[in-house]
Structures are given as C-alpha cells and as structure tokens.
Design a protein around this ligand. Structure first.
Ligand code: GLU
Length: 500
C-alpha cells in the first residue's frame, strides 16, 4: 500500500544487553497472572546480562493507592524477584513512579505540540459515546473521527478562552502501515487507517497510558517489553508516538494470557489468587516461581530451580503462543518439590509462619522436638496444615484415637499391646529390631503387625492421606520422635481401650 512504512524496530537490537521491565498499575494486589509477567521479564534480563526495572504506573490518581504500590514491591521481594532499578533501587533513569515524572511528560507533550503532531480535542464523553454507537451501528469499527483536528485556530482559541476542557490527541497519519516483529507472536502489521487519533493527555492534564508507558520505556532504555497480549493493539500507537518523538523503539513480546479451567481469562471467579493469598496458605516462593516459569513456557529441566537457574534456562523462543491454563495441581507439585528442598530449620520456620485454626504448629510440639519433628514429617507434608495435623496426632491428641484407629486397636486386642509393652525397652533408635522381636513373639508380620502399632502411636489413621498407612511418617521416624515415655503411655492407652 502507499504511504510511509515504518521500519521493523526489532532489527539490529538483539546484540544489546536485554533491559526489561515490569510496569504495574498499582490498583490492587498482585495476582499470579501479573507475577508471571514480572517473572518472565526478570528471567529474561538475567539471562540476557541486562537489567530488570520496576516502574510504577500510578498516574491514575483516583485508582492508584500507595498501599498497593508498597504491597506489590513486598510481594515481588518475597518471591525473590528483585529489580535492578526502580523504587528503592536508584538508577540512571528515575524517578520510577510515573506520578513523579510530570515534568518529563510536560516536556514531551511540548515537543509533540511544536512538531504539530497533536491537537486539542474538546469532544465530551457524551459526544464520543454517540460517535462510537453510530459507527458500530453502521458496522464500522469505532475510531475517533478527527473532528477537532479540523477546528480552525480561532475556534480553538475561543474554546480555550471559554474554559472548555480539552484532551490532547495524537494525529495518526493516514495511509501507512506499522509493522513490527513480535518476539513471541511473529510479524505484526497494522494499518494507520484503522487507528483513530488517540488521547495522550487527559483533560485533567495527566498523561494517558499510551503516552507515559511508551516514552518511559524508551527513556528508561528498556530494550524488550514483555507484556500481556491484551496490549498488542496498543503497540502500533506507541510505535507511532515514539517515532514522532524520535525516541528509540523497544522490541515487543506479547505473551498469551493465563486462563482458568474454563478457558476464560484468569479471574477471581475461576481460581485466580493473589500472591498474598498463596503466601497466607503457606505456599513457598520457590514453588510459585517454578510453577509460573513453566506456565506457558517449556523447560527441558524437570527439577526445582532457583531464580538464577530458571533464568539460565529461560528461552524466549520457548514461550507458547496459545493461552496457558492455570492448574493448582501443578502448583501443588512444585510446592512439594520446594518443601523437599528446604532444610529442617527453615521448614520449622515455614510451618509456623501461618496460623491454623487460631494456633500454630509450635503450640503443639514440645520445645526440644521442634527440629526432629520437622525432620520426621518432612516427606509427609505439602502445606503447613499438614504439619499441624501431624503435630496434633503425635503430641496433642494422645489417647484420642479416630474411628479407624480404634477399630485397628480393638481388633489387635489387649494381648498385642501387653506383648508390645513387655518387649519395649528404653531404646527407641532401632525400630526395625523392635518390630522383628515383636513380630516373632506374636507370630505376626506386615500389616497385622504395623497397623495396630501405627494406630496406637499416632492415634490416627490419617484419613487426609490417600494411602494413610504408607503416606504417613515412617514408624521408625515416629518411634524416634516420640521417645520412651510417650510410646509407653500410648501403648498403655491402646491396651486400656481394648479392655474398656
Ligand atoms: N501499567 C500497564 C498494566 O499494568 C502496563 C502494561 C505494559 O506492560 O506495558 O497493564
């Protein structure tokens, strides 16, 4: 087609270090979907030897709230996604909150005014709404008609003199094509004729998203913008703006959105959770990060990785074009892996980091058994609640046998426990030697031997586990943990139960 053709901004930029950014609008708590965007940007910057920048897009003074800006920074730090430049990490391109960049924007508005690339628009919301409706009714895509572009300078003067509020619109040149190579979605072409003149400054003087977002990326030396594909159609506008200002244009990568089980975009309704919620449930940062790094990106590595390792193996070419489905079972898998990689002392801290039923694990476990407890149950827990359950079973609920445990105890009979007590000496280090001895004396083995012991010692058949007799802590671990006095007491209680 005729007209100017804009060059592919992608060309020739790939040899530079990769500078990426996360640019949230702090209007609420961070959800998993936004965090994934932040994570991909963090990983790409690390992998490309570049810098990862955090910018707060808080120009929308009504919606933006300081507490959300603080919360999102805390959440990112908790996840281990630190930024090289941004709030609290001064660099060459600050300030990093758009609410503090008013003078910079004023300067660039001025440049566009001087270049004749923009014009004031006096159309009211109501007029614009009617225009859109009429276009839709005629089967046309809604775009601004350019009415105010045609006002004479006298008319403009008169409206300003009358104090009529005005936005500033960017004049999109007719008849050209805007092309760019999206790093995920490939070649993209848009026709300027499909893009109406758009607002870059609101009537209250604040910059519109298209404007501040684009010029900040350029001024902050961002070389790759990774963001949700819902922004794809904004990109040609932003390229036009940057070209008009003679500012460098970054590469773009628009990533597929995250959906819920119902294939609809992830939202509260279909399972989206905030980082806060996941944290309060006891998810570990590494579990979240490992899951999200694989949500719409494939790795050859199947094991848990720290952020640096995730970065080393992250490959933009392996980002999927199709939407990624959020799957809480996968998150749970990575949680299991993260728990397994945590040492006993950290695990103890973690299981006490959340309150369960108004209490904490430490309320139930004797002081001298904190670390041995964590060690004994580490393979049997995924969430702090699991630890709380085992702490209750092993320490707080002595003699409180659940239904299945009672049945197993009564079936074994008082003689079983009589024998168990008589063969039990103070040694709790070698359960298998003890079990052999007891089995020989009773003529029992396997399930018939172990089930009554487990029921007596843990008081619980562990119905929360799929396979309670195998998925609970090993008898050897329970044996070592409970110690002589507790074991004796529990065997006695089981014996009494048989006699009652
Ligand atoms: N503030 C925008 C948002 O949160 C940034 C979009 C972008 O990454 O360019 O959606």
């Amino acid at each position: 087609m005729a007209g100017k053709r804009f060059p592919l901004p992608f060309a020739g930029m790939s040899s530079k270090a990769l500078h990426t950014r996360f640019a949230p609008s702090p209007t609420g708590l961070l959800h998993v979907g936004n965090v994934r965007t932040a994570l991909f940007n963090r990983l790409l910057a690390s992998a490309g030897g570049g810098r990862f920048l955090l910018r707060l897009e808080d120009t929308d003074a009504v919606r933006g709230e300081g507490r959300y800006a603080d919360a999102l920074q805390e959440d990112l730090r908790w996840l281990g996604l630190d930024w090289d430049e941004g709030p609290g990490a001064p660099g060459a391109h600050g300030p990093y909150a758009q609410s503090e960049r008013g003078e910079i924007y004023a300067d660039y508005f001025e440049r566009l005014v001087s270049a004749g690339a923009v014009y004031p628009c006096f159309c009211t919301e109501h007029e614009l709404k009617i225009e859109r409706k009429t276009q839709l009714a005629a089967g046309r895509a809604p775009r601004y008609s350019g009415r105010c572009r045609r006002l004479s300078s006298e008319e403009v003067e008169a409206r300003f003199a009358a104090g009529t509020p005005a936005t500033l619109r960017f004049h999109v040149v007719d008849g050209c094509e805007i092309a760019f190579e999206d790093r995920v979605r490939g070649s993209q072409r848009f026709l300027s004729d499909d893009i109406g003149d758009f607002v870059i400054r609101r009537s209250d003087g604040t910059p519109a998203f298209f404007f501040s977002n684009a010029i900040d990326d350029s001024l902050m030396d961002v070389s790759l913008v990774v963001r949700g594909e819902d922004h794809l159609t904004n990109t040609p506008r932003q390229i036009l703006l940057l070209e008009a200002l003679n500012l460098s244009v970054p590469d773009y990568a628009h990533i597929a959105l995250v959906t819920g089980n119902d294939s609809a975009p992830l939202s509260k309704r279909n399972g989206s959770q905030t980082v806060r919620e996941l944290r309060e449930q006891g998810y570990l940062p590494l579990a979240i990060v490992n899951y999200l790094a694989r949500l719409g990106h494939s790795y050859d590595e199947n094991g848990l990785m720290i952020v640096e390792e995730l970065a080393a193996h992250f490959d933009i070419a392996r980002l999927h074009r199709s939407p990624a489905r959020y799957d809480s079972a996968q998150l749970r898998h990575w949680q299991q892996e993260a728990v397994a990689s945590t040492d006993d002392a950290e695990l103890w801290q973690w299981m006490n980091s959340v309150e369960i039923s108004g209490g904490k694990v430490r309320d139930l476990v004797p002081d001298d058994l904190e670390i041995p407890f964590a060690q004994a149950i580490r393979e049997n827990i995924v969430m702090p609640q699991d630890a709380y359950l085992w702490a209750g079973n092993l320490f707080a609920r002595s003699g409180i046998f659940d239904h299945e445990a009672r049945e197993a105890i009564v079936e074994a009979g008082a003689g079983f426990y009589e024998q168990a007590l008589s063969l039990f000496d103070a040694d709790t280090t070698d359960f298998s030697a003890y079990a052999k001895k007891l089995g020989a004396a009773l003529g029992l083995k396997g399930r018939a031997l172990f089930m009554p012991l487990r029921a007596a010692l843990s008081g619980e058949s562990a119905p929360q586990l799929e396979n309670p007799w195998h998925d609970g802590p090993s008898m050897a671990a329970i044996w070592g943990l409970l110690g002589y006095k507790r074991i004796t007491r529990r065997l006695e209680l089981a014996r009494e139960l048989c006699r009652s």
